[in-house]
Design a protein around this ligand. Sequence first.
Ligand SMILES: [Zn+2]
Length: 487
Amino acid sequence: MPYLPRCQERLFLVRGVVASLLIASSLIGAAVLAASAPAAPSAPPAHDSTLAREILREMIDTRSTHDVGTTELARKVQARLLAAGFAPVDAQLLIPVDNPLSGNVVARLHGSGKGKPVLYLCHLDVVEAKPEDWTRDPFHLTEDNGWLYGRGTIDMKGQDAAVFAALLRMKSEHFTPERDIVVAFTADEEAGGERNGVDWLLKEHRDLVDAGLVINPDGGEAGMKAGRRLYVGVQTGEKISMAFEAEVTDKGGHSSRPTADNPIYRLSEGLARLSKFRFPTHFTDTTRQYFERRAAIETGSIRSDMLAAAKTPPDPAAVDRLSAVVETNILLRTTCTATRIEGGHAQNALPQRARATLQCRIIPGESQDSVRDTLARVLDDPTIKISVITPASPSPESPLSGNILSTVEKVARQLWPDVVILPQMGAGASDSKYTRVVGIPSYGIDGMFDDLDDGRAHGRDERIGVAAFGQEVDFTYRLMREVSKGR
Ligand SMILES: [Zn+2]
């Protein structure tokens, strides 16, 4: 894959922000952290917890890396749905003919028809884990000292189990939502998957997954630090990844007869201009509200800069200071950066070619063509030819104009009264890009608080706190009921 896996990117972003911003204001920040201890959340009903844990164990213990595939786990999910009384038509196992390992399940709890269905996205596949690198078996759920260890506990079998347990609980309670609740347990979200389940279901079984709203816990993030719960994110969009090549060619010749047209020089001079360039500031609804709300958990000059930047028009000096920090800079604008360079063919020959790869992360709403035009202007040399290596697949930002933030806030505050609800733009990509591009507003929401200083998604000894998992189960059930109200 040309870029890092989603979750890794996401963690870089947020850990960086917290490291640079919260820690930067260290002493005051520490005092604030110490002063506001987390409120004790209510415990979920015992039966719900037990069921969720049982599902999590089955999911972790059933290996679903890409060499094995998701079909075996999908069969177990379907069996559980049927045993719980779902009709076969509402618990469908869907396997692409040409990808028999990439099985999916779509479950439906019928509503009273007041509003379009709500679709939950839950990928079943996990990143590979090498048992020799782990201190425990990654494919066996292990509880140890308040932690649950296993590949997928954070990404995203923990969330899958919470959604699944909530669905089964609603079924057993004979709860009739106003809107249908649809859950798609899918294949191949992680890098290396051949048949992305969400993409395939939208193309081949649109009727089953059609919805008025998507909730994707995989794109969500609940951040905590030093034992303090900071925020529950509502991810509305993702930066769009793409790559250009910048190339200069020349006839070359003997190195004893140098010329000013040397492609290495021309390209380097263009790249030097790019290195000093910042794309224009581009706030979206999401990033503006992000800074406004993020300010509430920051202190000092960072807090005041965030508030000043979020104003209309933004304060240029505040934007400038925030642009000097990588983690806030990337939220303020599109970026393009050189990631590879090559050129020349012999020690004693003038180069006939020099080229660089420029990797871009585009703010939703900007186009590949406009970014290319900007690059051409900045490189400022007609001999530098710019071409697309990896095209952008644009995906819009989902609107914050509805009541999604207030709904999440209502539910989250029942459990964690002090937590900030934070609209977020992701730097990586999740399955929400497929549902957004077909016009379904999609939000990444998750209540499983993860320590921002110890992100282990895709890494060794992946784990989630026993308490954090229990609260996720409770949060997910409450959220699914609340969101299922017709609007
Ligand atoms: Zn994931």
